[in-house]
Design a protein around this ligand. Structure first.
Ligand SMILES: Nc1ncnc2c1ncn2[C@@H]1O[C@H](COP(=O)(O)OP(=O)(O)OP(=O)(O)O)[C@@H](O)[C@H]1O
Ligand SMILES: [Mg+2]
Length: 356
């Protein structure tokens, strides 16, 4: 197979359950070796799409190719995929090795070959030496690793992971994220990873498909999604975004108290159309005192401050704005107290213009 052929090709895939359409117009490719994430709110169709890739569910219409082969009529156990389920229960009555070896039960391997494969999988997920431990004697993180090893032991071309880290606490989750990424680089197989945690998706992925209501709203790299969101929903879903309503006037967006902004959407929307100025909190600069920021700038007052250790998040109100602006500042200088008069400034080109 030509290595340039995408490992997964989805064309016009739709899924209906009775009268309910849960996936529509799914059209994208996943490259070999990619760490690809599906990100979206609960109920948007992430698990359903993963189940279609796995062959547990069939699309109502459209086509799916895996490794260049049409998947219509190919059952789950004949596909080069393996899935780690959303609420994964490993078998409590089997030890770690037996749990992992269970994945190989249908493969024509000698006992010695199977043992070698289990040992290799154990080592990949850093559980060497724990093979004979009982499943119920493992921590949550170790159990997740057993689940991963069980999927990896079959050496799938594509590993499908449905929120595999969601049951873990924040610290362990962050550790496992790094391990998962390192593991993916080591084994070089394609990962399709489902999450509703945007930070997790940004941390791990080469590319992310943002889903809502059964559709892909935008597919891009983490940087692309953050810096060039296609619309307001993506802008609000990925990170924090200040959205200031305005109107197109004379080839620019008139954003009221913040002044006029140029941007590519100006050519797309008609004169007089309503649109939004989108400004990330870290693109705003805070200066002490009113009227100290040069041009362009805006005088306001600090109304909230959240201390996050490495950064401080402020809310700043200003005359003419119907809601406060979020401002994120590196925690290097003395902070601003509540009620402090401040001036906000921003660089030319700091804002994006997004349609209604
Ligand atoms: N077998 C089924 N029959 C009917 N409706 C279903 C079935 N499976 C899923 N759905 C519906 O399809 C929609 C998408 O479900 P899905 O499980 O794919 O969402 P999800 O994005 O994985 O959500 P979550 O983040 O909560 O896991 C939901 O409205 C769900 O109720
Ligand atoms: Mg789900």
């Amino acid at each position: 197979m030509n290595p340039a052929t995408p490992i997964i090709e989805l064309r016009e895939v739709e899924k209906r359950f009775g009268a309910l359409t849960v996936l529509r117009q799914i059209n994208f490719d996943i490259a070999r070796g990619e760490f690809f994430s599906l990100l979206g709110p609960s109920g948007c169709g992430k698990t359903t799409l993963l189940r279609i890739l796995a062959g547990i569910e069939q699309p109502s219409s459209g086509t799916l190719l895996i490794d260049g082969q049409p998947m219509a009529g190919v059952p789950a156990n004949r596909r080069p995929t393996n899935m780690v389920f959303q609420s994964y229960a490993i078998f409590p009555h089997l030890n770690v090795e037996e749990n992992i070896g269970y994945g190989l039960r249908n493969q024509p391997l000698s006992k010695a070959e199977a043992q070698a494969r289990v040992a290799e999988a154990l080592s990949l997920v850093k559980l060497d030496g724990l093979g004979t431990r009982n499943a119920h004697q493992l921590s949550g993180g170790q159990r997740q690793r057993v689940a991963l090893a069980r999927a990896l032991v079959c050496r799938p071309k594509v590993l499908l992971l449905d929120e595999p880290l969601s049951a873990l606490d924040k610290k362990l989750r962050e550790e496992m994220q790094l391990e998962l990424r390192a593991l993916q680089r080591t084994v070089g197989i394609t990962f399709v990873f489902v999450t509703h945690d945007q930070e997790e998706a940004l941390t791990l992925s080469d590319r992310i498909a943002i889903m809502a209501e059964g559709q892909v709203m935008q597919l891009d790299t983490p940087r692309g999604l953050y810096e060039r969101p296609a619309n307001r929903r993506v802008a609000e879903f990925v990170g924090t975004m200040n959205l200031v309503p305005g109107r197109l006037c004379g080839g620019r967006l008139d954003a009221g108290a913040l002044g006029a902004f140029a941007g590519s959407m100006v050519g797309v929307l008609p004169e007089g159309a309503e649109a939004f100025l989108a400004l990330r909190p870290e693109k705003l600069v805070l200066h002490p005192g009113a009227g100290s920021g040069g041009n362009p700038s805006l005088a306001g007052r600090v109304t909230e401050a959240a201390y996050l250790g490495d950064r401080i998040h402020y809310q700043v109100t200003a005359e003419g704005l119907d809601r406060p602006l979020s401002v994120s500042v590196n925690n290097v200088a003395e902070g601003f107290g509540l009620g402090t008069p401040v001036t906000l400034s921003w660089a030319e080109g700091a804002g994006l213009i997004l349609g209604p």
